[in-house]
Design a protein around this ligand. Sequence first.
Ligand code: 0RQ
Length: 494
Amino acid sequence: MSSNAFPRLTAEEAAELINHNDFVAMSGFTAAGAAKAVPRAIAKRATALHEQGKPFQIRVITGASTGESLDDRLAEADAVSWRAPYQSSKSMRQRINAGKVAFVDMHLSHVPQSVLFGFFGKVNVAVIEASEITKDGKVYLTTSIGASPTFLKTADKVIIELNKRPSRRISDMADIVIPEPPPHRPALSLQHPLQRIGKTYAQVDPSKVLGIVETDEPDELGGFADPDEMSVAIASHVVSFLSKELAEGRIPPEFLPLQSGVGNVANAVTKSMGDSPDIPDFLMYTEVLQSAAFDLLRSGRLRGASTCALTLMPEQMIELADNMNYFANRMILRPQEISNNPAAVRQLGVIALNTALEADIYGHANSTHVSGSAIMNGIGGSGDFARNAYLSVFFCPSIAKGGKISTIVPMCTHVDHNEHSVQVIVTEQGLADLRGLAPEARAERIIECCAHPDYRPYLRQYVKDSKSSHIRHDLEHCFDLHKCLAETGSMLPS
Ligand code: 0RQ
């Protein structure tokens, strides 16, 4: 094997090469393709050093969220001082919200170029999972591309986790290009989600490679729940709306590529799209390909998908490896600055389907901060897509925590997607199409179509009592629901 050109290291030896305060870039876009053995060893090293009273913390950047071996182990070992751009780990979230990790929540399409431009300083070490590295520095990545090509290009030193578990042929699906920096950045030539514009490998200067850690591990992915009543209701509103748009000619007959966010509701929406006789076979231009989309690819309902990561169930990974000729013609794995590229999203006319924690009666959406303060995961790619989409849809259940929280509120406590980027809001109660509506009409439609019936009277009254202006708000009372939640544990105490 050509990778024999590089020294073999144990994960522990690799961890010894990383210093306190280093800026470390690691592969991973979701748990797919995330570094595993080296971050686990870094966590152990940090714990040992802390026990000796020595400081050891690193600054960590990845493509997006990662698996347990990375975010959970490093957070538990108190080994991270700074983290970007997205995480979905309970341990990491707790440390961020306790003020112990400085977290920078970023649009995912910005990550590679921010690193390339040097916005966060020099990357000291990149730890990248790959299925092969050749002696001239071609790196074949695994189940996600993320920001790894840029990390490999910009880091001073590189450690490769050579994982033999994922099929080497996964990289047949890779299409890797790093856009030149401005001011002479050429336009992306993407007229179709499945168009190839790059190479199947990333490139590294071989002299930077400190060594290879051999691994044999699956991605640490959680499963998906079967769609519940809530997800099915939301999905059916979305599908009816898109079918109507198609029937009335506002979506072209061949349909438009879909982006679908993370989580169970997004998975249920994708599944319902496939089940609907009114939706033609379609394409996806998305950042995460989840299990429901894989089933549709197999059945042919999904004609093809461009993504940045594969978050599939273990049995689907086996099926993928066994049928690579079929899937490799229908899937493309791209770096996140291409999968989430605002120009590509606008050019291809992507329909963006994302989840919010709360939305307000004027159409702003909060996807990240509970009651405006505690981070959940991060904005991820939702803003890359929503702002530039042909149609931008946000959904969430109308209530959370058994009805103690209304997700439809007078004013969002944190705004990730403003009224200009949100065209449709959906809950299990119904769908509010906000296109062309001025603020007062938006409020009425969101309250009547999306809010839970228990909260509608309060929201109607809020609008009525607010000062009349272009947007009716009462600055003294716009957060009363949140205040009530903080004081009593429920937005509407009995
Ligand atoms: O809490 O887990 O304790 O029960 O928040 O809510 O309804 O299970 O929703 O798992 O789909 O996540 C927005 C976080 C939704 C996700 C968000 C509580 C609720 C529950 C989770 P429990 P659900 P989901 C592509 C696109 C941003 C990134 C993005 C997300 C928990 O979709 O991170 O879109 N999006 N990326 O009870 C307090 C509220 C609440 C609330 C829900 N208003 N107040 N708690 N909850 N609403 C992917 C990438 O970028 C890689």
